[in-house]
Design a protein around this ligand. Sequence first.
Ligand SMILES: Cc1ncc(COP(=O)(O)O)c(C=O)c1O
Length: 382
Amino acid sequence: MSIEKSRPIYLDNNATTPLAPDVINAMAECLRHNFGNPSSAHPYGEKAKKEVEDARGKVANLISAVPDEIIFTSGGTEANNLAIFGTAQIFKSGHIISSSIEHPSVMNALKHLEGRNFRITYLPVDKYGIIDPDDLKKHIKSNTFLITIMHSNNETGSIQPIAEIGDIAKGKGIVFHCDAAQSVGKVPVNVKRLNVDLLTIVSHKFYGPKGTGALYIRRGTDIRPMLFGASHEKGLRPGTENVCSIAGLGKASEVAKEEMKARVSGMRHLTNIFHKELRREIPGIRLNGHPVKRLPNTLNLSFPDIQGSALLESLKNDIAASTGSACHEGKHTPSSVLKAMGISDKDAFSAVRLSLGRENTEAQIKKAVKAIVRAYRFLCNF
Ligand SMILES: Cc1ncc(COP(=O)(O)O)c(C=O)c1O
């Protein structure tokens, strides 16, 4: 069943995206006809190796890198861990700067280092969820060796001033890692312009398969592996490559590059309609995140006087979205990201994240508005 016709309307694209049809075709072709081990020195191995290297070229092209700067991983969590632990192993001790709104795959890696010869500074964010580069500058110490800041936030979509932070890091000779899990494939990401040394890419956030991702490692940036084995991926990520998922990530990158302009303007158009119509019907609605410096597909909204979870529960058959981020679901605490932005518990509990994708249509958005307004009014009168 196509996502466009399916119900509930899928509005949870920051949790994951459906595979693009071209990605399914590329993966199916690979699964049927390309079973070789890329390390084997015969035609089956060579064919599989070519598949992996073609994909590496496509991923590199999407972020304006060169192919040998791409290391395939099992996803964003592994890429973030490899960036942080791989750099920490070089320096052995010292100071790391991050933010208070990072994904758990960064936050918990840093917590693990804290107290083990490493000190961490978690920078605060403003009311839009954005850090201040001048504040970051002030926190740099003589032993700061790593800065790790996300490109855009999974809950609010707010985009950080990464190029500015990259300039600061470069000027001080500090390694700069950026978790771009939510940005790659949704907005243009150019590693040269951003001045990043390490950048996390996650396939299933832009219509590729789950369980696959990559870490961009700028030429000349030294990191150590977390896993030990044979020499795959320059010894930084040993283990026989997940060839067909890598092929899927490659295809997703190629499609993203081709569609980028249309994707950004299409998403922005739909999100603007969504926000405008909801605001007209429910004037007290509050946007959590920056009004402009935000992913074009993301709307995090607090609905006055109700709980976000109650709203989504009553909309279960109409729309699929999430409160906070999917990774945190099941926990009954207000979102730590919204709290870090100074949002009250009440407004944080009333938040819903609507994240659109390439398959959403204007008709679906209008239907979603009607359903949300109906459910909201019902809950208010309850
Ligand atoms: C900002 C961010 N970083 C990292 C990840 C982790 O990606 P994965 O679950 O594929 O390991 C996610 C996934 O939700 C994310 O949103």
